[in-house]
Design a protein around this ligand. Structure first.
Ligand SMILES: Cc1cc2nc3c(=O)[nH]c(=O)nc-3n(C[C@H](O)[C@H](O)[C@H](O)COP(=O)(O)OP(=O)(O)OC[C@H]3O[C@@H](n4cnc5c(N)ncnc54)[C@H](O)[C@@H]3O)c2cc1C
Length: 412
């Protein structure tokens, strides 16, 4: 087992449960380093939605995950935690957390089972190379023999599961070494991009909004007429763009398209509860009730102060203008800007700030019913190393657990 993250630990457990002798090789000083920082330290370990709804939250290669997710469901993960003495709770949007609010409890549950099964854990042990030989029984195929560690130790194995993670938050250990090992076997990897990451936008006037969080807004990302993402909920302005649940989700739909020739625009609906006609009527009512107040009074009633100031500049209407003098055309412009505050996407945050990596081992290299690499017998993969990724909500950890479970239980 290479890598002792979420996928690696679960794979080791599944293989151990089948009676295999398992060794986890983890280059860090402890297991599950990334798990500690998941869910802002609270560990959103899975999502308790139906399996079919689960797939709606997987923008990248959902079909590849059928066997894995039906074979080890979010309910199986919840049962696993509770059997290990870690109760869980379900929050808004079916997000599942340890009842303690401590992500470390997820690792504690996995480590408990690892100990019970007598699995050997070797920490501070990085793997540098896979040992592969031609498989005499299959003229086109190869067979795994074992691994070579960073201490030049050769460890033989009948099967190897790679769960070395993606490229995100590399300080947790996932720095792409696994990608390199797979590439050196001639396997195809898709290009990697940071995903579930803040989007950078080009407008100078939004810098002063940094830190402003908005609830109940609509957010749409378009390129020309094509809509790439539409969502409703919470968002956050950063010093150079947008983040928060909506910003992160939006990144998941365009992360791999940002360096191409497309230009993406974000439209924020700041008054999503009202359609344009109702919003127009509301503005007219406010104006009629306060004819001698200035435009800034109206805007501050509709929006947080910092955002109202940006809007006023964009509208180009004198903020000192009395409301009774605001024309029909100006009122319509206010409606337009509130229903579609526009930003231009210029890029995304870096891997070190990305919750997940888009890209990895091409799913066509892997048998989805076992997680075995098709051309190398005995070599299995699991987790973020594979070119699958999902939205926030516990889906990514569940993918790691489910693919890990499938890989571990598929070893013959
Ligand atoms: C800030 C943050 C918050 C997140 N929050 C959530 C959340 O709340 N819910 C959710 O579902 N998902 C969340 N995720 C995503 C989730 O953490 C990952 O999808 C998941 O951890 C992937 O598991 P993995 O085992 O595939 O990879 P990793 O957890 O990255 O584990 C890979 C392991 O392999 C080891 N390794 C790498 N190379 C070698 C080598 N050559 N030799 C030996 N060992 C090696 C690494 O040290 C590491 O321990 C979050 C991610 C981040 C960054």
């Amino acid at each position: 087992m290479i890598g002792g993250g979420a996928a690696g630990m679960m794979a080791a457990i599944a293989a151990g449960q089948k009676g295999h002798e398992v060794i986890i090789l983890e280059k860090n000083e402890k297991l599950g380093k990334k798990i500690y920082i998941t869910g802002k330290g609270r560990g959103n370990l899975t999502n308790a939605c139906d399996v079919s709804e689960f797939f709606d939250n997987v923008p990248r290669n959902p079909k590849f995950l059928y066997s894995a997710l039906y074979g080890f469901t979010s309910q199986d993960m919840i049962d696993f935690m509770e059997a290990a003495g870690v109760p869980v709770k379900v929050e808004r949007g079916n997000r599942v957390f340890p009842a303690s609010d401590h992500a470390s409890d997820i690792t504690r549950a996995l480590e408990k089972r690892i100990r019970e099964l007598g699995i050997t854990v070797r920490l501070n042990t990085g793997v540098e190379k896979l040992m592969v030989e031609d498989d005499r029984e299959d003229p086109d195929g190869r067979k795994i023999n074992g691994v070579i560690t960073n201490a030049r130790e050769r460890l033989s194995a009948d099967a190897v599961i790679m769960a070395t993670g993606g490229l995100s938050y590399q300080t947790t250990g996932s720095n792409g070494e696994g990608h390199g090992m797979l590439r050196s076997l001639g396997l195809k990897l898709t290009q990697c991009f940071p995903s579930l990451v803040a989007l950078e936008t080009g407008e100078d006037d939004t810098h002063e909004l940094a830190g402003l969080s908005l609830k109940n807004v609509g957010l749409m990302v378009k390129s020309g007429k094509k809509v790439f993402y539409e969502g409703f909920g919470e968002m956050l302005f950063t010093h150079n763009g947008i983040s928060g649940p909506l910003g992160l989700s939006a990144s998941s739909y365009i992360a791999d398209k940002l360096n191409g020739d497309k230009t993406f625009e974000v439209y924020i609906d700041l008054k999503s509860a009202l359609d344009k006609d109702k919003l127009y009527d509301r503005i007219c009512r406010d104006i009629d009730a306060n004819p001698k107040r200035e435009l800034s009074f109206l805007m501050n009633g509709l929006l947080p102060k910092s955002l109202a100031a940006v809007m006023e500049k964009r509208l180009g209407i004198d903020v000192k203008k009395h409301l009774c003098d605001v024309t029909r055309q100006e009122r319509l412009s206010i409606v337009e800007i509130l229903k579609g505050f526009r930003l231009t996407v210029t890029g995304s945050g870096p891997f070190k700030e990305a919750i997940i990596t888009r890209g990895g081992l091409d799913v066509r290299e892997i048998d989805p019913s076992t997680m075995r690499v098709k051309t190398v017998s005995g070599l299995y993969v699991a987790g973020e190393l594979i070119d699958v990724d999902a939205l926030t909500g516990g889906f990514n950890l569940q993918i790691a657990f489910s693919t890990g479970h499938l890989a571990g239980s598929s070893i013959e």
